[in-house]
Design a protein around this ligand. Sequence first.
Ligand code: AMP
Length: 420
Amino acid sequence: MIKAVTGTKDILPADISKWRYLEELVRTEFSKFGYKEIRTPIFEETTLFARGIGEETDIVSKEMYTFIDRSDTSVTLKPEMTACVVRAFLEHSLGKQQVLNKLFYISPMFRQERPQAGRFRQFHQFGAEAIGSTDPALDAEMIIMSYDILRNLGLKELTIKINSLGVPKSREKYKKILREYFSDKLDQLSDESKKRFETNILRVLDSKDERDIKVVENAPMLIDHLDEESLEHFEKVKQILLASGISFEIEPKLVRGLDYYTHTTFEVVSGSVGAQSALLGGGRYDNLIEELGGKATPGVGFAAGMERILLACENENCLNLSPESIDAYFVSLDKEVSQKVYELALLFRRKGLTIELDYAGRSVKAQMREANKMNAKYVVFIGGEEFEKDLIRLKNMENGNEETLPITGIEQIMNLIKGN
Ligand code: AMP
């Protein structure tokens, strides 16, 4: 039997209502803050991610689904959205139409990671990007907006972690200090961190390996080596968060995986999902757009993992959606009426009602079982002696009341079912 590829998952009808609920809530929240939806292709030219995310990042160096297409172009299934949004922003000159572009997305992403709880190879993210302003208020808004979405889902075990990566100049200075610190402790680091010492030294800081954690404990922190401008920016972000009643933790080791961040980085972690606890993460990227060939334009954004959020909701028992139901189930009392039942059902459906009926010539009892399973609000019995007299019987499944009505009074029947 052919199975779904490792790390991918089917979302079956039984789970769809949760996904729809989440997607709708996300859309509503984003629109309150003035964000407009953007959709970009599933795949892009590989160079976009190599340049946009950084060659030395985990995503680009080992996780991308990259292939050469039939015209010898190297393309990659999108592993994240920021680079794609920036590419679209530049390609369509969105910056010329509006000083500040507030964009949001909901999309599948692809990364060839080692599958484990909370880590998939095809997963879904929603996220936002605000392009065109350096205002720290936007960093704060991004954090608050993303946090609000999680709170409005009913999640409680949440912690906001923030940090500042400053500007590249101060970061480069700090990297030298960090290199000095680690240089005589290399033998105490994990193999992965030894490699990162050479390629992407900041990532040693957020290693989860016990050996690295010990060495990192006493390492100098970037936050203590920030320049004036970066400190000021960070202070303003913190002030706005505090004034908005948002509690947060400062996490000096929060460097995040991508190269393009400047100033603020943040994550919201959940206490209810196990080891892969980051539900969302983001930050400011004031140099990315220039690196991708555009005019220097600042930006800030975040991405949230939908599978992980839904898992947190399940673990915290917070998405208590009412079970799906239908307006009415049309029961055929005898085979002769099946054509009529179909016609009537179509009439009702075209008026906006959700109607189900039997397609397998089953007994009345079996049809009633099906109606119950589908949570039908009404059962409409069609056939028998009543039907010969142009009457049909309706049963309200909530209170058991029955009514017999003339088939000519379709409007009246529909209103009854609609609850008018
Ligand atoms: P990132 O783009 O790596 O900052 O990830 C943002 C969020 O996406 C994370 O906090 C996770 O919730 C989610 N995420 C990232 N990678 C995966 C994955 N492989 N499987 C499921 N969710 C993921």
